[in-house]
Design a protein around this ligand. Structure first.
Ligand code: C6P
Length: 409
């Protein structure tokens, strides 16, 4: 099954964390949709920053400060190229996707007119629901929620029907973190734009698997978190179209985001710094470049093909070998995220028993409670695959689930 040029052993050799034992079993890490493991080159870059280049960015004329600033800004350019944005002015570093969405809701949404409507979908992560709900209260807005079909795909007819003269925003995920559904984002952006409505895409689950191309997608805002794409924790990227960012007020005030401060009035820095108040996590930002390098050298398409093969294998074998298994999310285009339940057994019980076998999966509502309500389930067990997972890990995982199913009855 493994392609001759795709060498998981070589990839795994960069991830020492995969070599450890858990509960007397060799770790099988299948919680990649929550956070991926980190390759050595990223950790080395963090170490290098702390041991050689630690000085505050954009603040000093001394050499260390220049070095740290150069490394941070080199990552910005790398991200710009990686996601095919037009300019590095469109790349804002945040703490993660959650902060990015709060930034857009607060700053871009701050002037939405009362009675305005925001289109969301039922498969959103709380990070793409709650910031809009907070804004809804502040501005007197209405949220409209697009439903899914039995495969877990969005109802695009309903989506198109929601647009009217009151619609002020559409915000949806590129890939569902529970169902794995890959949404037809380009088409959805085009629909919104045909009504003059701006779009935010939550690309958190897409970043580790898909080529992100801002100019091709045409969206107004796009966001993702570094920790899910082999990078450091605590860093996110917000892409925004320059002409929108230019008009938006700052999200937070403080150092770094100003041009000149006086008590009679303050002027703000140029993009993207207007949105980066305070000392950023320049150590992590510098190291994010190495995560992008890892994905580029491994080959995003080859990684995705490998991960899809693991997903298909796991789905087929679970269906064949585990009586009473229910898999949630059977979209025609699906990312390597596998949510399931065994009969009526609680996901926590299954997750705990899998942990006893050294197998890490996520259990619960996955920060998508409205989706759980829609599916009428308390939560799921979720296995999610990354570039370093192997066919033999999938086989052990399926055997583990089968054993647990037999035990629980
Ligand atoms: N989902 C999961 O296990 P942060 O926490 O800001 O890095 O990412 C939030 C987020 C936003 N959107 C989607 C689609 C996501 O999947 C996540 C994070 C993790 O599914 C942790 S809850």
């Amino acid at each position: 099954m493994q392609h001759p040029t795709y060498d998981t052993a070589k990839i795994r050799s960069e991830f020492p964390s995969l070599d450890r034992d858990v509960n007397k079993h060799h770790l099988i890490y299948l919680d990649n949709a929550a956070t991926s493991q980190t390759p050595r080159r990223v950790v080395s870059a963090i170490e290098e920053m702390y041991l050689r280049h630690k000085a505050n960015v954009h603040r000093g004329v001394h050499t260390l400060s220049q070095e740290a600033t150069d490394l941070q800004e080199a990552t910005r350019r790398r991200v710009r190229d990686y996601i095919n944005a037009r300019s590095e002015r469109e790349i804002i570093f945040t703490r993660g996707a959650t902060e990015s969405i709060n930034l857009v809701a607060s700053s871009f949404g701050g002037e939405f007119p009362e009675g305005g409507e925001i289109i969301l979908t039922v498969m959103e992560h709380h990070a793409n629901i709650v910031p809009w709900q907070l804004l809804q209260k502040r501005r007197g807005l209405k949220l409209r929620v697009v439903d899914i079909n039995e495969r877990g795909e969005l109802d695009l007819t309903q989506y198109a029907s929601f647009f009217n003269e009151r619609t002020v925003m559409a915000a949806f995920c590129h890939i569902s973190n529970v169902l794995g559904t890959v949404n037809p984002v380009k088409e959805m952006v085009a629909t919104a734009h045909s009504h003059g409505v701006p779009v935010l895409v939550d690309g958190c689950q897409a970043a580790p698997h898909l080529k992100m191309d801002m100019q091709d997608l045409g969206c107004d805002f796009y966001t993702f978190s570094s920790h899910k794409m082999y990078g450091p924790t605590g860093i996110g990227v917000l892409y925004g179209r320059e002409e929108l960012l230019e008009k938006m007020p700052p999200y937070q005030g403080g150092g770094e985001m100003i041009d000149h401060v006086s008590f009679s009035g303050t002027t703000f820095a140029e993009l993207p710094f207007k949105f980066e108040a305070g000392t950023p996590d320049f150590v992590g930002i510098a190291a994010l470049a190495k995560a992008i390098e890892f994905m580029e050298t491994t080959g995003l398409e080859r990684m995705a093909r490998h991960e899809t093969e693991l997903l298909r294998l796991a789905e087929e074998r679970l269906r064949a070998e585990v009586p009473g298994i229910r898999i949630f999310g059977n979209a025609r285009e699906k990312a390597p995220v596998l949510s399931f339940l065994i009969g009526d057994n609680h996901p926590y019980d299954v997750g705990m028993l899998l942990d006893g076998l050294g197998i890490a999966v996520r259990t619960g509502h996955h920060c998508a409670q409205p989706l759980m309500e829609r599916l009428d389930i308390p939560g799921t067990v979720r296995a999610s695959f990354a570039a370093y997972n192997t066919e033999s890990e999938v086989n052990d995982f399926v055997a583990g689930v089968a054993r647990i199913a037999a035990m629980l009855g």
